[in-house]
Design a protein around this ligand. Sequence first.
Ligand SMILES: C[S@@+](CC[C@H](N)C(=O)[O-])C[C@H]1O[C@@H](n2cnc3c(N)ncnc32)[C@H](O)[C@@H]1O
Length: 447
Amino acid sequence: MSNFEEQGKVFCQWLESNGATLNKDIAIKDYRSEGAGRGVVATNDIKEGDLLFSLPRNILLSQLTTSLKDLDGIGKEYLELPGWSPLILSLMYESQKQDSFWKPYFDVLPRNFSTPMFWDQQDLKELDGTDIVSKIGKEDAEATYERDIKPIVEKYSDIFDKNVHNLDLYHLCGSLIMSYSFNDELQKAEKEQKEEEAEDSEEEEEEEEEEQGLISMVPMADLLNHKTGYNNARLFHEQDSLQMKAIKNIAKGEQIYNTYGDLCNADLLRKYGFVDDINEFDIVELDGPLVVECSCPEADEELVEKKIDFLMEEGVLDECFVIDTEYEIPQELIIAVHVLLATSDEFEKMEEKQKLPKPKLTQEVKNVIENILKKRLEQRYETSLEEDEAELAKLKDFSNKRNALIVRIGEKKILKKTLEKLQSTPIVVEKRSSTAINRNAAKKQKK
Ligand SMILES: C[S@@+](CC[C@H](N)C(=O)[O-])C[C@H]1O[C@@H](n2cnc3c(N)ncnc32)[C@H](O)[C@@H]1O
């Protein structure tokens, strides 16, 4: 038996000896040849609704279950850290503790990640032009390390070793949380109750309401891979346990897939380090500045700022407009372009009445949006769609370059198809007051 298999076996024994139950018709399987690490397979036919495994809450690893909380001194302090920091610190601690309760679990967790956070400059270059670049967040993560983690590690030198519990381990644990954790709603309720009993301050209650659940590591549930369109299992958060159940009939030999959400390839790559060859949830973002630049290239800056504020207040303009695999132009984008094209008189009226124009696709608006799509397609990427497709055909591995190419190709296809669809969409001819006529009238009045 290989070490890889042996670790899987020990992990299952650990689960069962701690109260978990595993359906006899499932098994852990090695999917490394498909670039997917471990996964879970049906070893016999499974029926929709069947329990695949049940996990008692005490095996979950969270800021509330880690043995860190029982150590003198530090207890309260790490729990008060914001965001993921309490769980990151818990993982940093438990992962290096030789007699950790979760040792068999850590032994099956990866130590390397293929997310862009860990790519070298050459691979990162492959992402140029895509929506991922601005979202990798390595600098923000490192700032959090300096602010929240490092001071605790240094302060409690009897618990932590700064040479071991360092930035590398922090990145590893942060990446584990990013790609393996779950939000446990029921534990959140318990946590709230406990903390409310301890401190009944209004401010804290407000903070907790904003939380989405208690972020936890859920051994075994996190062994399931994801494949868009193939989801056949779901985790149910019951009072005493977490239960993974089949949500479809699963035939013998099929892989059991959880869902990580309806994620586009850019998000799958950024958070999980893989992409789907075909992904119906792919999207492209058209960012606000590009829309403004194409709609009013020479307009007076003050007016443009006012228009942007107005659009944001009305909820039309956000950081970006999103187009998906339906290839439709968002109504909000059409409205935004109308507002950005408006003369100062027209805009004054909109502001006065607090009324947005209708999302009519006039010739002028169509031209601007075509230009936005062309610019996004032609100016941001260094290669063409055809070049990318030819390059992809040559690659047989699961490399970072291949993943980046698939993201680029997905984005470019959406842009091209949206452009084609827009070009074949008939325009709305305004009977009386087209924007252009309004503009001329406004100019005449001024004279
Ligand atoms: C929740 S874990 C699933 C278990 C994981 N395969 C393992 O060996 O530990 C999520 C990670 O599994 C891998 N993964 C999940 N689905 C995948 C897929 N369809 N193709 C490639 N890798 C996948 C990615 O590395 C992802 O970050």
